[in-house]
Ligand binder design. Structure first.
Ligand code: ATP
Ligand code: MG
Length: 390
């Protein structure tokens, strides 16, 4: 018996005239995600993508697992493929679903008849097949409201599909459907989660990381690259920009009042990130900030940082608690890397008493005591770029 995987999409189905573009992008992303496993045929029909392995020996569960990180898919099912003949469907269903039905207590049957030439209507298919299943598996009872197992029969143009096992997809929109943005990524817990959340809305992510050797180590940088590598499962390839920041941080230390160090540093990070965004066609910045988490994330501090931004700054974690952020970081498997104790440039020269309520005027005055423009330009020019591949 032949088995295929069905990927069902949710939100894309509502996209009207643009639906085609979203679907094509989703298929492209699926193919790229599955490429390491082998060759697949992907076709679409009625809000479903049919994924058919073209090579022997590909484990369907591995395919499902890989698909579960592709944004744009609402749910994924393994389905048996049968002739469009009711007897064949019944026989096939008994065999194909035997394990699932054996261990269940309650079930129901759902039918979708896309091919209206099929002689039985949907309610009739449900009723008949339900009866046959009860005969074959007498320990089962029907529960239409809250069944343990839903047996679904789909009658499509070329075949009938029967499935009962499904897993949740990653949701969201296909990566690349909403343009590109630059994620300011540190080695912490928050920024990788922020990148994941914006990628979920279809944004293609590039990443910028600031390093300050010798205050920050090579290991710290590698940790951030590892985090980005993890993100590629969801985000696809990531262009990684690594900015040498030591000279700027030392200039801040030597020329600006200590209580403003962090905010001035963050403003300069934003300036550099924007210049890199222009080169890389990114239309927005993304950070992992959350209100009140640290001194530089009070409303006044954020306003001071934002004052230098001419692009939208997305902060998807802004209203989240740390526990909620950690939950997502565990789900996307970045948590264990994030908690490795390496230093970040944000923790170099941190003031003992940072100003938690700075005003923009104060900060501008403090920052203007030194002309950073040449250093900013130099940092941009000396930025290293590498593509982190899926
Ligand atoms: P995270 O867990 O993401 O490190 P955080 O709670 O430690 O965040 P901060 O250190 O204040 O907060 O950093 C706030 C945000 O600034 C980060 O979420 C990230 O977007 C950005 N950021 C911090 N350090 C760096 C860095 N070295 N390179 C690039 N971006 C950074
Ligand atoms: Mg941090």
């Amino acid at each position: 018996m032949k088995e295929i995987i069905l990927a069902k999409y949710g939100e894309i189905a509502l996209k009207g005239l643009n639906k085609n573009t979203f679907e094509n992008l989703l298929i492209k992303n699926i193919k790229r995600r599955l490429a390491p496993l082998g060759k697949f045929d992907c076709t679409r029909q009625q809000s479903t993508i049919y994924i058919d392995a073209l090579e022997e020996g590909i484990d369907p569960d591995t395919v499902m697992e890989k698909l579960s990180t592709v944004f744009g898919i609402a749910c994924i099912c393994k389905a048996g493929v049968f002739e469009k003949d009711f007897e064949d469907i019944c026989r096939g269903a008994f065999e194909y679903l035997a394990d699932t039905l054996e261990y269940a207590h309650t079930f129901k049957v759902e039918a979708k008849r896309a091919d209206k030439r099929f002689p039985m209507k949907s309610p009739e298919i449900c009723c008949e097949l339900g009866g046959r299943i009860l005969e074959k598996f007498p320990h089962l009872t029907v529960d239409v409201k809250n069944p343990e197992v839903t047996v679904t029969v789909e009658i499509r143009d070329t075949n009938a599909y029967v499935h009962a096992v499904k897993i949740q997809g990653a949701g969201g929109l296909p990566v690349g459907s909403s343009g590109k943005a630059m994620l300011l990524v540190s080695g912490g817990i928050d920024s990788p989660v922020a990148g994941y959340m914006m990628a979920k809305r279809g944004i293609h992510i590039s990443a910028v990381h600031f390093i300050s050797p010798p205050y920050t180590s090579e290991r710290a940088r590698l940790k951030v690259e590892q985090l980005c590598e993890k993100l590629t499962s969801y985000c696809g390839d990531i262009a990684f920009f690594c900015v040498p920041f030591t000279e700027i941080q030392e200039a801040i230390r030597d020329n600006c009042p200590e209580e403003y160090f962090t905010i001035i540093m963050r403003r300069l990070m934003m300036e550099i990130a924007q210049k890199l965004s222009d080169r890389d066609d990114c239309l927005a910045l993304i950070t992992g900030e959350s209100v009140g988490q640290v001194a530089s994330q009070t409303l006044k501090a954020i306003a001071c940082t934002d004052a230098v931004c001419r692009m939208p700054v997305f902060r998807p974690l802004i209203g989240m608690d740390k526990t909620e952020i950690i939950e997502i970081s565990r789900k996307i498997d970045t948590f264990d890397i994030s908690i490795q104790p390496y230093e970040d440039c944000c923790t170099v020269f941190t003031p003992k008493h940072p100003k938690t309520k700075p005003t923009i005027e104060e900060i501008e005055k403090a920052q203007n005591s030194f002309d950073f423009s040449k250093m900013v330009q130099k940092a941009v020019e000396n930025t290293e770029i590498k593509i982190i591949k899926i």
